[in-house]
Design a protein around this ligand. Structure first.
Ligand code: PLP
Length: 394
């Protein structure tokens, strides 16, 4: 059986050069970076080197990078850290209904502790209107958190415009509004520069761009107030206690270095392959529609809704052919409700249940695209023949 992986938005295979860079830090170079002897100094230097590489990819200063255990941790740290350090200045946060659960669940947690959250409306593509922030902001607002690109539908949000609106609002405010972005789906995928985006805080995760799992980082602009929620040693300048995941951090640094070099090639090639897949599917399958913005979207992302068929059935049938995809339909996510993203962009339950996400990566080949185009349309046809909804239509 052929195999084709189309789930790079879920996770990516670690780049061989990343693995090579990490390996010495499991055996020979194992010192605790907090130790002042040579073994410790060696790993401390490796962490510093990785910090420079992350900062370089983001256009940040190395002192603004804090290593964390994941994208989820970075999101929790940003939101809770700002909320609890600034609660005396205000208890209002603005976000969107299409954020990842790492943000949405943290916001729910904060709401239970007395914070108020306003969710900005999004249009049919999942796009926020930056001007809306002016409508929803109040004297208590301390933070706006808008994801850079959506993990499901791939839409890229207008972060630079959002930060412009916030900068204007901040001119007359004593309690400055911070801007956080969950850039887990964009760092290493498209150019991300913290100054061009104008963000105060930015979350990223290594395993989404060919680094190892279980390591991430939070960019914290100089002067940004936030409390730590890991207490213990003085690691990461007291921002994040616990002995560092040295191999992981080295791997993240290497992944950033590779991304910086390869990004233009990845972007062009992925856009080409993604569009070939899209055009092929739209030519061969009827009643299919694109989810997310037609142009302002991640190069790797193709998310479609196919009428009269269930996402899970398509996913499982594709899996039997060795093809890995993801769906915004219910069961795959372990809940009964379809994807909150689909519902927020105004899709019906049927459309949400019929959604399939293909996400491409640096190892995706033309052959894999051809394989999907050969195998998938007959699957849809077969499933439709079994669908009572489709029979009603035909
Ligand atoms: N935010 C977004 C947009 C994501 O896509 C993900 C992962 O799916 C996360 C946060 C969580 O990152 P991690 O898996 O490193 O915890």
């Amino acid at each position: 059986m052929e195999k084709a992986y189309f789930d790079y938005a879920a996770t990516t295979p670690t780049h061989p050069e990343v693995v090579t860079a990490m390996l010495p830090y499991f055996e020979e170079k194992f010192g605790n970076p907090s130790s002042i002897h040579g073994f410790g100094r060696e790993t401390k230097a490796a962490i510093q080197d990785a910090r420079l590489k992350v900062a370089d990819l983001l256009g940040a200063d190395q002192a603004e990078i804090v290593f964390t255990g994941s994208g989820t941790e970075s999101d929790n740290f940003a939101l809770e850290g700002v909320a609890f350090s600034r609660e005396k200045e205000g208890r209002h946060i603005i976000s969107t209904p299409i954020e990842h659960h790492a943000i949405l669940e943290t916001l729910k947690f904060l709401e239970k502790r007395g914070f108020k959250v306003t969710y900005l409306p999004v249009d049919q593509y999942g796009m926020v209107n930056p001007e809306d922030i002016k409508k929803y902001v109040n004297d208590e607002t301390i933070l706006v958190s808008v994801m850079h690109a959506n993990n499901e539908i791939g839409t890229i949000e207008p972060l630079a415009e959002i930060s412009k609106v916030i900068r204007e609002l901040n001119i007359n405010r004593e309690n400055r509004i911070y801007l956080h972005t969950d850039a887990v789906q964009t760092v290493g995928q498209i150019p991300v520069n913290v100054n061009e985006l104008g963000v105060d805080l930015l979350s990223l995760s290594a395993h989404k761009f060919y680094g190892p799992k279980g390591v991430g980082a939070l960019y914290i602009r100089k002067g940004t107030k936030l409390v730590s929620f890991m207490h213990g040693g003085e690691q990461e300048r007291g921002r994040r206690a616990s002995t560092e995941n040295v191999p992981g951090i080295v791997g993240l640094g290497k992944a950033c270095e590779i991304a910086k070099k390869e990004l233009p090639v990845w972007t062009t090639e992925l856009t080409r392959l993604r569009d070939k897949l899209k055009n092929g599917l739209f030519a061969k399958i009827s009643d299919i529609e694109l989810n997310g913005h037609p142009t302002l979207r991640l190069p790797k992302n193709l998310d479609v809704s196919i009428q009269y068929v269930e996402g899970e059935s398509m996913l499982l049938s594709l899996d039997m052919e060795g093809i890995a995809v993801s769906t915004g339909s219910a069961c795959s996510s372990g809940s009964l409700e379809p994807s909150h993203v689909m519902l927020a962009i105004g899709k019906t339950h049927e459309q949400a249940h019929g959604s399939i996400r293909f996400s491409l990566g640096r190892l995706t080949t033309e052959k894999e695209i051809d394989y999907v185009l050969e195998v998938f349309p007959p699957i849809v046809e077969r499933l439709r023949k079994m669908s009572p909804l489709y029979k009603g239509v035909k």
